[in-house]
Write a protein that binds this ligand. Structure first.
Ligand code: ATP
Length: 326
């Protein structure tokens, strides 16, 4: 027997497309005859009993909005065995027999623990970083990359006019996917990701000098937050580039702008598909699964298995980026 009264929450960092996922969960649940509740502020909402009944119209006019109408939070109180038990008791008291959690891998651990405490959970990857090992795609990734690309295109205009070097930090502490993809899309001279430690001379200076010999006079260096090797921090990298090459260099940290904005078509459709798929699983009595996009289709994995998978880095795309940045 599948779930009949389900709740949906967003947890961890927000990502554009979370609203589209909430909408799909609410509408699919109601379509399948379930009662659906929205939990506010992640796992905190479960602990505080902050749940609101959702009907078809409660999710009208949100598919195009960034952020999350349910708000999100990090909940240290939930992240303890007592917190998990309390949340499960709260669900039982309210008759909630299924929860859809939209978030990153920390939120998945929370979903696994809640399932262990007797409340069936399904997780949906919602994070701009694309850092979920079992899935080729996470909701929010496409919007974040497109935002970064648009911002860097604007910086390029001014960088080109002044023959400058622009060093730009994009998000990605452990995962270089935003950096690698936007680096290619903006024609960066150097792209520095956490997965490949960089050498300042070889990966930046030599590349700039080589490009100068063919007439290039402005340069874009895209750096992921969690870059390893060389110097850390775009301010420092820009300063060193200027010292060594004499090219005027400026640092920009794009920051939280990458988290916001109206989700792209890809994020809206992916979030809608994943949301509907998650509810289908609960309806069939399946739990403790992560919804994933693998080899071009939506599928699901056991949460513990998914959490233990090593993350794949697209070395082929990295090679391409390196080859065409000359
Ligand atoms: P992002 O990738 O955007 O950072 P995330 O989901 O990984 O998102 P976290 O801050 O790691 O973000 O986790 C969100 C919340 O999930 C935590 O605040 C906590 O309430 C819960 N959580 C994380 N790890 C665990 C765990 N091991 N057991 C139970 N709950 C957890």
């Amino acid at each position: 027997m599948g779930s009949r009264k389900i709740a949906v929450l967003t947890s961890g960092g927000d990502a554009p497309g979370m609203n589209a996922a909430i909408r799909a969960v609410v509408r699919s649940g109601i379509y399948l005859g379930m009662e659906v509740y929205g939990v506010r502020r992640g796992y905190n909402g479960l602990l505080n009993g902050d749940l609101i009944p959702m009907d078809l119209r409660s999710v009208s006019n949100i598919i195009q909005l960034g952020g999350t109408i349910l708000y999100t939070a990090r909940s240290p109180r939930y992240n303890t065995p007592e917190g998990v038990k309390e949340a499960a008791d709260q669900c039982r008291a309210l008759g909630i027999d299924g929860v859809v959690v939209i978030g990153g891998d920390g939120s998945f651990r929370g979903a696994r623990d809640l399932t262990g405490a007797g409340i069936p959970c399904i997780a949906i990857p919602g994070t701009i970083d694309n850092d979920i090992a079992c899935s080729d795609y996470t909701v929010g990734f496409d919007t974040a990359m497109n935002t970064a690309m648009e911002m860097i295109d604007k910086i390029r205009d001014t960088s080109q006019s002044h023959d400058r070097c622009s060093v730009i930090e994009v998000m990605g502490r452990r995962c270089g996917d935003i950096c690698l993809n936007t680096g290619i899309a903006v024609g960066a001279t150097a792209t520095l990701v956490p997965e490949v430690p960089y050498d300042f001379q070889r990966d930046i200076i030599d590349k700039i000098k080589l490009a100068q010999t063919t007439g290039k006079q402005h340069f874009i260096v895209v750096v992921a937050e969690g870059v390893s090797g060389g110097f850390a921090g775009v301010e420092k990298i820009a300063k060193k580039i200027e010292e060594v090459t004499g090219i005027e260099s400026r640092a920009t940290v794009l920051g939280h702008v990458q988290r916001g904005g109206s989700p792209t078509l890809r994020d809206r459709v992916m979030a809608s598909s994943m949301g509907a798929y998650a509810v289908d699983l609960l309806n069939r009595g399946v739990s403790n699964r992560v919804v994933a996009y693998t080899d071009g289709r939506i599928t699901d994995y056991d949460i513990t298995t998914a959490l233990n998978m090593p993350r794949k880095f697209d070395t082929e795309l990295y090679r391409t980026s390196d080859r065409i940045s000359i």
